[in-house]
Design a protein around this ligand. Structure first.
Ligand code: NAD
Length: 343
């Protein structure tokens, strides 16, 4: 039998554990896995593009455990009442090839993206950062805010979204969580005086959400919405004067903000900073960019963390995803026995 975590059990686990505890617990798993980065199989995700979106498969393995996530990105979906991003994922035992855990990952992806963003900001943003601008207040936004509050001490949020309803939803959800929230009427107003800028918008084009003139010395930019060929958020000029950090260079050159730059444009992979091989922020006035697209190891960590959290709980059910004939060569017997029963 395979353990299965559906949306209801995921929501129940998070309600009872706390989103905060899940993000900080997952961050420990992420840090552990990023520090052993070279022990993973590394490959850009497999993307299937259409005019309106993308469907991606994100596999990796550490030689003992294999994981993959199925995820989509369809920025026009909310107009039809559907989410931009949905996902599910699977953990398997490398030694047998048998799946061991199947889980919803729409919610889990928001948790893992927030944890990854905050993990990066801890080594890239100025430690005294307290004000964050958030451009885009959609599905990911509250998770991002909570992660930055707990990891960096962000207390003041300045938010802007072209959709006022999304902003109103954010303000209502974030109430009582320890933030002062200012709703801005433009990106420029939101970004003015911010220590950190999170761009988390969805639009299938090379948008310029953040222009170079709005970026001030010492800013850290957490750019997570640009994650597909032809789908970016930053003025390319920002990257020319910033120090740019990515997850996995080969994938980021295809999907990230750096897709506008030459193949030899200098970037640093985040795992190198976490292992001390490369420096993170080196000066208070430096502009740093985390050009995030989401990488398979983050989902591996999320599923590994979830799997460990499930032990001794009832946050999962067991499903017969894999046929288990008593005689492994008698697969036909599974079918013929039932045919006889029905006769
Ligand atoms: P969403 O559709 O729920 O929210 C996006 C928000 O951006 C919407 O509220 C929309 O109104 C707003 N927006 C669009 N254009 C804007 C503009 N020009 N100015 C201000 N606001 C604007 O999507 P989501 O689930 O929150 O995801 C946001 C983005 O993050 C998507 O592009 C998604 O692909 C990406 N994403 C990246 C990662 C990662 O690991 N890097 C993980 C998850 C999602």
């Amino acid at each position: 039998m395979v353990r299965f975590v559906g949306v209801e059990n995921m929501a129940r686990w998070l309600a009872e554990t706390g989103v905060e505890a899940a993000i900080s617990g997952l961050t420990e798993y992420l840090e552990h896995d990023f520090r052993r980065w070279p022990s993973f199989e590394l490959a850009p995700r497999v993307a299937s593009h259409s005019p309106v979106g993308v469907i991606e498969l994100m596999p990796t393995s550490d030689g003992t455990t294999y994981a993959f996530k199925y995820v989509n990105g369809h920025p026009g979906n909310p107009r039809a009442g559907l989410q931009t991003v949905t996902a599910f994922g699977l953990l398997a035992d490398v030694h047998t090839g048998y799946p061991v855990l199947l889980s919803e990952m729409t919610i889990l992806t928001a948790i893992r993206t927030a944890a990854t963003s905050a993990m990066a900001a801890k080594v890239l943003a100025r430690p005294e950062s307290r004000v964050m601008a958030m451009i885009g207040t959609g599905a990911q936004a509250e998770f991002q805010a909570i992660a930055f509050r707990d990891a960096l001490g962000i207390r003041e949020l300045r938010v802007f979204d072209t959709d006022r309803q999304a902003t109103a939803k954010f303000v209502e959800n974030i109430d009582g969580l320890g933030f002062t929230v200012t709703v801005a009427s433009s990106v420029a107003e939101a970004v003015s005086g911010a220590d950190i800028v999170t761009t988390c918008t969805a639009d299938k084009r090379n948008a310029i959400i953040l222009t170079d003139d709005l970026v001030t010395p010492g800013m850290h930019i957490n750019a997570i919405g640009g994650d597909c060929p032809g789908k970016t958020e930053l003025d390319p000029a920002i990257l020319d004067r910033a120090e740019v950090f990515v997850e996995y260079t080969e994938q980021s050159r295809i999907e990230g903000e750096i897709q506008h730059h030459a193949a030899d444009f200098r970037v640093t992979e985040l795992w190198e900073v976490l292992t001390g091989v490369q420096p993170g922020r080196v000066a208070p006035a430096q502009v740093t960019v985390f050009d995030s697209v989401g990488f398979a190891i983050e989902d591996f960590s999320a599923l590994r963390f979830l799997s460990d959290q499930l032990a001794g709980t009832d946050y999962f059910t067991e499903i017969d995803l894999v046929a288990e004939p008593a005689d492994p060569k008698n697969l036909f017997g599974e079918v013929s026995a039932r045919r006889l029963q029905q006769a």
